[in-house]
Design a binder for this molecule. Structure first.
Ligand code: SF4
Ligand code: SF4
Ligand code: SF4
Ligand code: FES
Length: 912
């Protein structure tokens, strides 16, 4: 079939599709081959040299028509009223063969009255339309890797079923939509298409959720998005998606969207809706007054990894050039700042080393503190695919995640370490590799700094770093750790993927360096199938860091104290830059509480919900004289704001995101901005009002400026992005089309540097008062602070944060699943529902942080990474007990929220 397609010969088909392996069930693709009997299916027949094949003949046509008539004898023939009329492969094939009716009649035994399954909020399954082609089953197995569907029964009784004859929602289906995309009929169909009709227009853009950065066709009808279908040529996802990107775009139209600027003098007052001019003028005046009274450094700003490269670049430019200080930080402070520090120190570049498809060549994958099937689902599916092909997996996680054991996947080792012991674990791995002679000395001699290597070997060989010595710290049996180290070190290609379970610790940066050390020592860097790969949480974490969002770094990760770099920017920006790094987010809070920091511009980031120790954060926000929030919703932070600038969703603007593999992809405007301005325009207006001129007419001009100023972006521009689809930086003269694999031949810093990674236990330990360790994570259906996903049908899967507790700890406390439990740390306490499960080990409890009503961060402390201040979200000593009512903090929040929503409603009523 493919050979014929290459020659431009179309063979009718129903069960074959280019995204799945051939299956051969529909028999529509029959051909005749000279010298062979019968009419084999062309989709499952291999082409051979010299083979003479007829794809069309009278005999073939007759056979195909007959098959099709059999199909349509059990298919509703109401194409005209069918929601996919004009977008149905069965209809296309019938048209091609000129079949309009069936000689077998339509009134025999059939499936026309089979009940529809409407359980999934996003798609419907109508068995009466099903031709049992198995495409959905194969898509779920081969692409998604969930194995939720089967065909039950034989012959006429054959039918597609989910789970154990359950509805889609009751089954293990994760609503990725792969089955819907592969269905050739309307049997599996998006509810939005049924409701709104088939789309008329399509634009390619990039998902605004996680750091995988999937490409999508946004399909619209009039001014409504009908559906988002994963784009086959998208290099990060190759036509696959997850429930968030594929279906959860409804927040863009949610009634909670705020589209008019608002101001107020104090947070105890109602909001006033005002014009853009008034809001911008009010903000600029307030900021200038504060600087006049408290000094130049009394204001700052926060960029967001949910915003585009161009937007974050502009915010840091506004702060450095317009505010005249370096008080800019980003939400990556609280997630992957240790990645930047750790990888820059050891390898010379603050970024992951591979493209996602590199994992297709890995023999062993070590997954540390990451849960990709929940948090990076499309990469999770790709990894599962590789594991089903035979690659081995080591999971290092305090919790039993899906990849430890799921259909057709079983990790070779699950090293269930104690929270807070990552560095001890990595040192023990290094001890085994060095002391058992498993290091790749040839590679190290060629590629790394030898004195650092020798020091490191001496260090890791110490008895105190042996798995036996550290067993009581890590909780990992020494023999198991030794076996895992041998598996990693002896693999042809071994790759490490890691997540926030590595970085969000008091030794987050040390762990990242420990990971890089392991990869260098075993020669696993600089080619495909290997590497050190941080899985970034939000869509543009890599990009926001690249764009100079940290107080010490100008775009391109160059230190602000470097006079040469500064002068480059000073020339372009026509302003003198301050050479000292500014305040990090936690320093801004401390400075606010001590009365020297008074104004904050916060774009697209909800620090009141996402940052640790909520009491501290809220007190700091309350002390500000001018808090400006630019967002699409009145988020938790905006309750403390004086100015609200309504932002745009990713559907309403142009720009670029950079995903976890350094891939820069276009975000394209599909709908007009509801507020009338794209976010970069708002920042530009503010700069102009502050007296620092900015003049851009399109984000492409901002990218041109980024390229002029940033060596790793020299070759990036919108024309090239449109032509190539996406580009992995560095993209410059040496690599005009980008760089899929980093550190080939040589590390960016020249020779790789082995950093000494001494283990320093966190001060956050379990005690008699707080005997359990709380660790946090994410779930598939919700995203970060949940501001977007909570406003979609994704709440059908999860509408609250839950506390996972081991049966032993639950029994000690008389806790059953579903009980209200109070969780208390030295920072604060909150109340949520419990789930008793063996996913967590005894002594460890786990929750997510997606719902403000729970406020998981009321409990987390302000302990942080020694190098970067990334909070220690993953280890908090807590006590858990059964309770019957919300915590005091929750009750106060309820009152405060009601007051704030009254203030908002007043503004809306006045506006109306
Ligand atoms: S639901 Fe669609 S893809 Fe699945 S077997 Fe039926 S027709 Fe084929
Ligand atoms: S939506 Fe995804 S997980 Fe669910 S049945 Fe379809 S392919 Fe499987
Ligand atoms: S995997 Fe991430 S980028 Fe891809 S669709 Fe899901 S949320 Fe979006
Ligand atoms: S397309 Fe070949 S058997 Fe269905």
């Amino acid at each position: 079939m493919r050979a014929a397609a290459i020659l431009g010969k179309n063979i009718p088909k129903l069960c074959a599709t280019d995204s799945l392996d051939a299956f051969g069930s529909c028999r529509m693709c029959l051909v005749e081959i000279e010298g062979r009997k019968g009419t084999p299916a062309s989709c499952t027949t291999l082409a051979e040299d010299g083979m003479v094949v007829s794809t069309q003949s009278g005999k073939l046509e007759k056979l195909r028509k007959n098959i099709l008539e059999l199909y349509i004898s059990d298919h509703p023939l109401d194409c005209v009223t069918c929601p996919t009329n004009g977008d149905c492969e069965l209809q296309d094939v019938a048209g091609e063969l000129g079949v309009e009716e069936s000689r077998y009649g339509l009134h025999g035994q059939n499936h026309q009255h089979a009940a529809k399954d409407e359980s999934n909020p996003y798609f419907t399954f109508d068995p009466s339309m099903c031709i049992v082609c198995y495409r959905c089953v194969r898509a779920c197995d081969d692409i998604q890797g969930t194995f939720a569907l089967t065909v039950d029964g034989r012959g006429f009784e054959s039918k597609v079923v989910a789970g154990q004859m359950e509805s889609f929602m009751e089954s293990e289906c994760v609503s990725c939509g792969a089955c819907v995309s592969s269905c050739p009929t309307a049997a599996l169909e998006e509810k939005s298409v049924i409701k709104l009709g088939l789309p008329e227009k399509s634009i390619v853009t990039t998902c605004a959720y996680c750091g995988v950065g999937c490409a999508f066709n946004v399909e619209t009808r009039g001014d409504q998005v009908v559906r988002m279908t994963p784009y086959k040529d998208g290099k990060a996802n190759e036509g696959h998606a997850c429930v968030k990107g594929r279906f959860a775009f409804g927040y863009s139209d949610h009634k909670d969207r705020i589209t008019t600027p608002m101001i107020r003098d104090s947070i105890d007052e109602a909001w006033r809706e005002v014009s853009w001019e008034e809001a911008i003028d009010f903000t600029a005046r307030r900021f200038r007054q504060i600087q006049a009274e408290y000094g130049r450094d009394s204001i700052g700003g926060i960029t967001s990894s949910r915003c585009s490269n161009e937007e974050t670049f502009l915010v840091q430019k506004l702060i450095r050039a317009g505010f005249g200080n370096n008080n800019v930080d980003t939400c990556a402070r609280v997630c992957h700042s240790p990645t930047g520090y750790g990888l820059k120190t050891t390898l010379g570049e603050s970024a992951g080393t591979q493209a996602f498809d590199s994992v297709d060549k890995a023999d062993v994958v070590m997954l540390i503190g990451a849960n990709p099937t929940e948090a990076h689902p499309v990469f999770g599916s790709r990894l599962k695919h590789r594991l089903r092909q035979g690659a081995q997996l080591i999971v290092v996680d305090p919790r039993k995640t899906e990849l430890v054991n799921s259909p057709h996947i079983r990790a070779a080792y699950h090293l269930q370490l104690r929270p807070g012991s990552n560095v001890a674990f990595l040192n023990a791995m290094a001890h085994v590799i060095v002391s058992e002679g498993l290091a790749d000395e040839k590679y190290v001699n060629e590629r790394c700094e030898i004195p650092s290597w020798e020091n490191w070997c001496e260090f890791v060989k110490l008895e105190e770093n042996s798995p036996e010595f550290l067993q009581s710290v890590t909780g990992i049996p020494a023999e198991e750790l030794r076996a895992a180290a041998r598996l990693y070190a002896n693999a042809g290609n071994a790759a490490i993927y890691y997540g926030l379970g590595v970085t969000e610790h008091s030794q987050g940066s040390t762990s990242v360096m420990g990971i890089a050390n392991l990869a260098m020592a075993t020669g696993n860097l600089g080619r495909e199938g290997v590497g050190v790969n941080p899985l970034r949480g939000q869509n543009n974490v890599q990009g926001s860091c690249d764009m100079g969002s940290f107080p010490h770094e100008l775009p391109g990760h160059r230190h602000i104290s470097d006079p040469e770099v500064r002068s480059l920017f000073e020339k372009e920006w026509q302003v003198k830059l301050h050479p000292e790094p500014g305040l990090r987010i936690p320093n801004m809070f401390d400075a606010a509480l001590s009365g020297v920091f008074k104004g904050l511009y916060c774009q697209g980031e909800d620090i009141a919900q996402s940052d640790p120790n909520t009491h501290h954060v809220e007190a700091a926000l309350k002390s500000l004289e001018c808090l400006v929030v630019q967002d699409i919703f009145l988020n938790e932070t905006a309750r403390f704001a004086h100015v609200f600038l309504p932002g745009s969703t990713f559907l309403e603007k142009n720009g670029t995101f950079t995903n976890a593999e350094r891939r820069i992809s276009r975000v394209r405007k599909v709908l007009p901005s509801k507020s009338g301005k794209e976010d970069w325009e708002i920042t530009m207006d503010l700069a102009n009002a502050l007296g620092y001129p900015m003049h851009y007419s399109h984000p492409s001009e901002i990218m041109d400026e980024i390229a002029r100023l940033t060596p790793s972006f020299t070759g990036v521009n919108y024309e090239k992005l449109d032509r190539l689809g996406s580009i992995q930086w560095p993209c410059n003269e040496e690599a005009p089309d980008g760089t899929p694999t980093m550190h080939v031949g040589e590390f960016v810093r020249g020779k790789g540097y082995f950093a000494i990674t001494g283990f320093v236990p966190t001060s956050e330990r379990s005690t008699r008062k707080f005997p359990l360790l709380l660790t946090t994570g994410r779930i598939l259906s919700q995203y970060n602070v949940g501001a977007q996903t909570r406003r979609t049908e994704n709440t059908a899967w999860a509408n609250e944060d839950l506390l996972e507790i081991h049966p032993v700890d639950a029994e000690d406390r008389g806790i059953n699943s579903g009980d209200w439990v109070g969780i208390k740390s030295r920072a604060g306490d909150t109340v949520l529902h419990a789930v008793v499960t063996e996913r967590v080990q005894p002594g460890v409890v786990y929750t997510t942080f997606h719902f403000p009503e729970t406020g998981a961060n009321i409990v987390t402390t302000d302990n942080s990474d020694w190098a970067t201040n990334c909070p220690e979200y993953k280890v908090t000593a807590v006590q858990v007990m059964r309770v019957t009512q919300p915590s005091e903090w929750q009750k106060q929040q309820e009152v405060f929220n009601q007051q704030q929503s009254t203030f908002l409603n007043k503004a809306r009523r006045r506006g109306a």
